[in-house]
Design a protein around this ligand. Structure first.
Ligand code: F6P
Length: 341
């Protein structure tokens, strides 16, 4: 068989582990040929690719980012390019395309799959918001980075008796905020799933100071918003890919909390550091397993699917179901964290 592989959307630790696993399983065990498209869907649309053999993937298991590069593609650009993509797949004699990506990539994969392309998706995102898989690789790494940062920030917050508002990634969901906040023992966790009331938040943090504590750490997901009518906050509009632009919620919270509490407050935005660098062992293993199962799906002709972790097993889920809804933080999971804040 001849298999094309691509990585698309925001990068994520573990992408290279999937690529390596696909190449190993396909070439060594099945005698396939693998090519990698450069910069995601763009590479498929422009027929920009290179051969991926064992040498090409040697030493990349622990490497962050993606050796294939990644770009976002505007949905309308992809819609216009469906026939071109099909033409390139035929021209290159590809039996399958393995597309590794998050929500946007999987939606694009569905579009192309519905148009007749033989596609298997592999879900990735540090946000962990893909409903059809229990976990996405990259999440464990991001939580580890955020937790280490929070541990470090605690000591400086305490030295200066400050409130530190730490913004983590999480466009629509608060998984990174929830897990890193719990792991580091944050004093408040603010997630997009539960619009916050600034007065309530100030009260929570204030009570900590009244109890004699000298500092506080608030973790906030970038997509968090105030409950309607409780605080002025304008989101930053949409970017060309239709993604909401964030307006720096941590900065807003630091101003509002400092004013209400009379305590020095500072915003810390962790940003892309959460996405960079080497994946954890957990993410390397999950990514490697996903790659293995994606190749098996190709050989069984199970196209229009994505690999998914369910419990400890990996199975396949139809692409249509995979992009149906996001996995948000349920109230009961938030309650477990709330009790130890
Ligand atoms: O999708 C993962 C994510 O990390 C989001 O949490 C974040 O909003 C986004 O990527 C930022 O990506 P970029 O800056 O590359 O557009």
């Amino acid at each position: 068989m001849r298999i094309g592989v691509l990585t698309s959307g925001g990068d994520c630790p573990g992408l290279n582990a999937v690529i390596r696993s696909v190449v190993h399983r396909a070439t060594v065990d099945h005698g396939d040929e693998v090519i990698g498209f450069q910069d995601g869907w763009k590479g498929l649309l422009e027929c920009d690719y290179r051969k991926l053999d064992l040498d090409a993937v040697s030493g990349i298991l622990a490497l962050g980012g993606t050796i294939l590069g990644s770009t976002r593609v505007r949905p309308e650009h992809l819609r216009d390019g469906v026939e071109r993509a099909k033409g390139h797949v035929a021209e290159l004699g590809l039996d399958a395309v393995i597309a590794i990506g998050g929500e946007g990539t999987l939606k694009a994969a569905r579009l192309l799959s519905d148009a007749g392309l033989p596609i298997v998706g592999v879900p990735k995102t540090i946000d962990n918001d893909i409903a059809s898989t229990d976990v996405t690789f990259g999440f464990d790494t991001a939580v580890g980075v955020a937790t280490e940062a929070l541990d470090r920030l605690k000591t400086t917050a305490e030295s200066h008796q400050r409130v530190l508002i730490v913004e983590v990634m999480g466009r629509h969901t608060g998984w990174i905020a929830l897990h890193s906040g719990m792991a580091a023992g944050a004093h408040a966790i603010v997630v997009p799933e539960r619009p916050f009331d600034i007065e309530e938040l100030a009260r929570t943090v204030g009570e900590r100071f009244e109890a004699g504590k000298k500092f506080a750490i608030v973790v906030v997901a970038e997509g968090a918003k105030p409950r309607e009518g409780t605080m002025d906050y304008e989101a930053g509009g949409k970017d060309v890919y239709g993604h909401e632009r964030f307006a720096g919620i941590a900065h807003h919270l630091s101003v509002e909390l400092e004013r209400r509490l009379g305590k020095e407050a500072r915003a810390v935005i962790l940003g892309h550091v959460q996405r960079g660098g080497t994946p954890t062992a957990y993410d390397r293993v999950l990514a490697t397993r996903f790659g293995w199962h994606a190749v098996e799906a190709v050989h069984r002709g199970e196209f229009g699917t994505i690999t998914a972790l369910r419990g400890t097993d990996i199975g396949l889920v139809p692409l249509s179901a995979a992009v149906e809804r996001l996995k948000t933080v349920p109230a009961e999971r938030y309650a477990e964290a709330e009790c130890v804040l």
